[in-house]
Each structure stands twice: as C-alpha cells, then as structure tokens.
Design a protein around this ligand. Structure first.
Ligand SMILES: Nc1ncnc2c1ncn2[C@@H]1O[C@H](COP(=O)(O)OP(=O)(O)OP(=O)(O)O)[C@@H](O)[C@H]1O
Ligand SMILES: [Mg+2]
Length: 288
C-alpha cells in the first residue's frame, strides 16, 4: 500500500446497541474505497459485528492480541485473499475480533497490575500511521476497555443513530461522553457528525430529527447530523448476513448510492475542518 499522509482515525460509536455503528462503518469504508481512499477497520467489539459483516471468520488473531501487545498490527491485518477465502470491499482491510475480546480487560490486569488497559490502542495504531487514509474503530455498545481505548485514541468521532425518538433523545448522553473523553486525555477529539440511519422513507420524521440534532449540536458548538440520510433496506441486512456490503451485492441500490453521498460529505467535512488549520499554518509560515 502506498504511504500517504497522516491516517485519520475515526471512532464510530454510540453506547446504545443496534443503531447502525457497524453497518455504517463498513459501508462508509467501502464507499471511500470506491473513491480510491484506503481504510483499515478495527473491530473493537467482542460481538465481532464488523468481522462477521465483512465475511471474516471469528477464529483469527486480532484486537485481543493487538491490545495485549502480543501481536504487531501488521501481523493481524486481514486482507482480501482467495486462498484464505476472504473477500473484503475494495481498499478495505480489517483487524478482526473474536469473542475473547470480552476477556481483554481481565487478562490485561492479570498481566499488568499498574497500567491502564484503555491506553493500549494508540501505540499500535501509531505504528500504522500513513499506511491508510482512514482507520475506523468500530466500537461496542458498552463502556468496555476497548471502547474507551477507541474514544481515547480517535481524532474524530462519528455518532451513529437510528431515526427514532428514543435514539435521537439519547444522543445527548453520547455527546456528554465525547466531552468527558476530551477532559480525560484526548482533548483533540472532534465530532465529525451524526449518521442518521434505518430511515423509513414513508415518513418525514427523520428530517425533523436531523433538524433537531443540527440545532442542539450547533448550540453545543459541535457538528450535527450529516445531510445524507441512510434508508432502511432489507438488502443491507441480507448482505450483512452473508458477510458482504451492499457495494459487493447491490452496487446500484439506493442505499449504496446514499453511502456514496455520505462518503463525499465526510470528505468535505474533513477538508473544511482542516482548512482553518492549514490557513493558520500558512500564516505562521509567512510571518516566520
Ligand atoms: N440501513 C439499514 N437498513 C436495514 N437494516 C439495517 C440498516 N442498518 C443496519 N441495519 C441492521 O440493524 C441491525 C443493527 O445494525 P448494526 O449491527 O450496524 O448496529 P450496531 O450499532 O453496530 O449494533 P451493536 O451495538 O450490537 O454493535 C443489524 O441487523 C443490521 O443489519
Ligand atoms: Mg456493532
């Protein structure tokens, strides 16, 4: 893989379960892959959603060994390989999870009495810096050590939510988590946006929710929901259950197209977020 500039590390999260974190992670990475951007997805959930969703078996070495420091990142990366029977979307690679990830914290504390199991991800990922355009951290719906490690390591956070009142109301808790992480050692963590998914195309409620999020998040000084909504589609569930993304099974599907639009929106938000930085760097250089 070609060496590029710094990899953007993006955690996709929400401590609420079943709100599209994994589906959004794998489809966003696949959409970026079509645009020629390379992604590594790190599965940080002992339920192995991303691992299964990408059709990779749950018997590979992966995040458990990575976080314990037993394996180097490059030794646990799964790529498309006809011999191994793996077929990932274009430009997407994976560090898989196994069920044993749930025992990580216990094992870590058994081996290291005085160090913090949530400080175990940034080091290994730093060694991959520049190898991918994006490193996506697919987190679990709980505050386990791998989830907290992800929040502490990411440059960016994408919140995933279903288009339901309950989920949207719960976003304030998610925002509180992000603020807490900034206080607890990752001051640079920035919210890139909220993905509204599983939208029922027969109602206009998602638009109402999107507007509510925009207002509330703007008032908190944060970026709100992405303009692109992701519809509910049985084709997506079907693809996932076969270990594939819609990009592989239904490249012309409406939801596949929505993920393409979302990927373009993600890229433009990243560019816009970095523009003031670039400006100030240029000014610094000019006045030096
Ligand atoms: N746009 C969609 N249309 C239809 N089904 C979807 C869509 N997005 C996700 N799903 C389905 O909803 C379920 C939950 O999605 P997903 O696993 O992505 O959520 P999650 O937040 O990662 O869950 P967990 O908290 O358990 O990790 C899955 O069965 C998935 O296939
Ligand atoms: Mg998941």
């Amino acid at each position: 893989m070609i060496m590029s500039r710094k990899s953007e590390i993006i955690a996709v999260g929400n401590q609420k379960g079943g709100v599209g974190k994994t589906s959004n992670t794998v489809h966003l990475a696949a959409a970026l892959g079509e645009l020629g951007k390379t992604s590594l997805i790190v599965d940080l959930d002992g339920n192995c959603g991303a691992t299964r969703g990408l059709g990779v078996g749950t018997d590979w070495l992966g995040t458990f060994e990575l976080l314990l420091g037993d394996q180097e990142p490059s030794d646990v990366i799964v790529t498309t390989d006809p011999v191994e029977g793996t077929d990932l979307p274009k430009n997407v690679e994976l560090i898989p999870a196994r069920r044993n990830l749930e025992e990580f914290e216990h094992e870590y504390r058994r081996r290291n009495k005085f160090s913090d199991p949530t400080n175990t991800l940034s080091g290994p990922l730093r060694s991959l810096d520049g190898r991918y355009d994006f490193i996506f951290l697919d987190t679990a719906p709980n505050a386990s050590a791998p989830t907290i490690a992800s929040y502490k390591t990411a440059d960016w956070f994408i919140l995933s939510t279903e288009a339901s009142k309950l989920s949207v109301d719960g976003l304030n808790d998610a925002l509180t988590d992000i603020l807490a992480v900034r206080e607890a050692g990752n001051p640079g963590l920035r919210l890139l946006g909220v993905i509204m998914c599983k939208v029922d195309s027969r109602t206009r409620m998602a638009t109402v929710y999107t507007e509510k999020i925009r207002k509330e998040f703007e008032a908190a000084g944060e970026l709100g929901a992405f303009e692109t909504l992701i519809n509910r589609a049985t084709a997506l569930e079907a693809a996932q259950s076969h270990g594939k993304t819609l990009f592989q099974t239904e490249p012309a599907h409406k939801v596949t197209e929505q993920y393409r639009k979302l990927a373009r929106e993600v890229l433009s938000r990243l560019e816009a977020a970095k523009a003031p930085l670039a400006d100030s760097k240029l000014k610094e250089a000019a006045s030096a």
